[in-house]
Design a protein around this ligand. Sequence first.
Ligand code: HDD
Length: 747
Amino acid sequence: MTDDAPDDDASDDGVEQESTDSTDAERHDARADGGDDVDENSKREQLDEASELPDDEYLTTDQGVRVDDTDNSLTAGARGPTLMEDFHFREKMTQFDHESIPERVVHARGTGAHGYFEPYDDPDLGEYDDVSDLTKASFLQDADQRTPVFVRFSTVVGSRGSADTVRDVRGFATKFYTEDGNYDLVANNMPPFFIQDAMKFPDLVHAIKPEPDDEIPQASAAHDTFWDFASLQPETTHMLMWVLSDRALPRYFRTMEGFGVHTFRLVNDAGESRFVKFHWRPKYGTHSLVWDETQKLAGKDPDFNRRNLYSAIDGGDYPEFELGVQIVEEDDADRFDFDLLDPTKLVPEEEVPVRPIGRMVLNEKPDNFFAETEQVAFHPGNVVPGIDFTNDPLLQGRLFSYQDTQLNRFNGANWDELPINRPLAEVHNNQRAGFMRRTINGGKGSYSPNSIADGEPTEATEEEGAYVHHAEKVEGKKIRERSESFQDHFSQARLFWNSMSEAEKQHIVNATHFELGKVERKEVRERVVYDLFNNVSHDLAVRAAEGIGIEPPAEPGDEIADHDRESPALSQENTTMDTIETRRVAVLVDDGFDDDQVSDVMDDLEERGATVEVVSKMLGERSGADGTTVEADKSHVTSASIMYDAVFVPGGRESVDALEEQGDARHFVAEAFKHKKPIAALGDGVELLEAVDLPDVDLSGDGDDVVAEQGVVTDAAADDVDAFVDAFADAIAEHRHWDRTDETVSA
Ligand code: HDD
């Protein structure tokens, strides 16, 4: 937006504009204290305005008529028929009958949060002095300017009521309410996509959704139609590796990476364009659940990731992500052995480093799930000056699909007027009708050109802030043909496989046993292993075949991507592991716990930023041996080790004796061990670990020192609690301890 926009001039003159929307003035007011700068509060103010409650506390109908009784229908006699004239009943029922809108055809289950984005002060942009050399996008320029955002995280395949922890891609869609209009970065938590051309999207979605005859299975790719499609569509192979990997099982939305997938363009003031890939990197590292946890959480707490997002915000542990860009000069685009326009490919970070340019903080929950999270409507075509498209055929198709799907969801074109979708930038145009129009536009000038409204609203020039599409030269014959440069489907799948640690590889193999083990048609299982996996890695193909009842291939496939390249950035083993901030630690106690140990360790962990909860057999107060009390946050019935990142067992004779008797307490420790989580015990607490018989771990119950082995930290003498917490914190920072040998039940 520019200061000398014609509408601003007109209103300064006090001239009433024929074309000004009645809500524009409100929007203008809502744009906060800081003059023209949008700050992160202004969207909140706009939403608060929209949801303002009347002063009158009486229940009314939608027409504002006060209601005398909302429990009993109007009937002819106490036992007689209900009367049609009961307008309160009819209205209440009609509203209820129409309470839902069509769930999204994909990404139906989602969770939203408000927050803000702010560019870094000193962006480390390598050869660029500052970000203005790259893009004119105003919200990326000034470190003092906060832009409000709304983010919606989602799973793709499941219905709205499905579980958070299923194996699936996660959506990571961000709406930036910038002063130049809304910008939507509609991203996923994986950098490649399944297909290269949007034309295949309906086929992909039909194949992966529940099967059309019986609507089974829910929220899962583990069935014949998906793998049949994938086996016949080799361009899916790279994405299959990601979906079979731990990336498809994120532990919390706030410890998940995000990727714009396509190559976009950044355009600067001089009109120079560069290619860009967008990245979101979570502040506290990228972490995943293990498969066994996902299965149990789907029953014990299907809202696991959603709940955590909100409890983190409630607790002030605001989820934070760094926005990074990979920049490729247009002249340099041919230097890769893949095509930048092919959305099944990523740009390895070792070849083009990710440059951080700003951070996003999510600090506020929505007030109303339906009005905000359900009604938010994203569109990759919502861009602002400085950000532009490329000819990626998947992206081009998306530019049609999102607008179209919103027409279906909202039954008309006015969804962008809903409070959550409305830009903070002012809106002036000649659109003023359609289903559910909210704005009351005055005047007669609803066309352009006009003279009766002084020609307004007028078109802006590029200098005045108009979006002008990058003038890329394009020519070609009209054909239906996939470019030759899109034909290598296996090199990057192999790059991903090569980059995994042994534990991560084993998880991929385990996933093939589950996913393909559920496929009834043997020929489909064979095609996936022989035609796809065996061209990625012979090792993978053999290990997959062994678990799904087909003959392991004798030789690598004919199209094997024969290289040993690795990209360390792809492995989660290389994620941030130097902090315990926001990690969740369970303290197992019963009456008679060691008072000092509990308070010292809990305080220390909390000071380091962890969230600590007391878990006991029942809810209620537990008393320590010296008489202090703690309130149990969770009981064994409502919680389990799968909800925590680490477990601590303090000493205290009576408490430990009681825990040893409790199957749930023993199971808590054993399960945490199986899931490779840090476990710590002090004093008598070490005996609970001994009772569970953790295989091949030296607990050194007799020694004086703190012993840390395979993420199990013990100090039976309990004489150096500081050193004990240091060692425990190191073990928690590492997240999982893959060196554990217990494979009785694989994690
Ligand atoms: Fe999509 C929703 C991300 C390819 C068509 N998509 C949707 C959402 C996300 C993505 C995060 C949920 C938005 C929300 O929270 O409301 N989609 C992606 C990414 C893709 C991708 C990263 C590949 C780069 N999508 C894609 C293609 C098409 C669509 C190729 C169709 C040609 N996507 C849709 C949709 C949805 C959608 C049908 C369903 C609900 C909606 O749009 O608002 O239009």
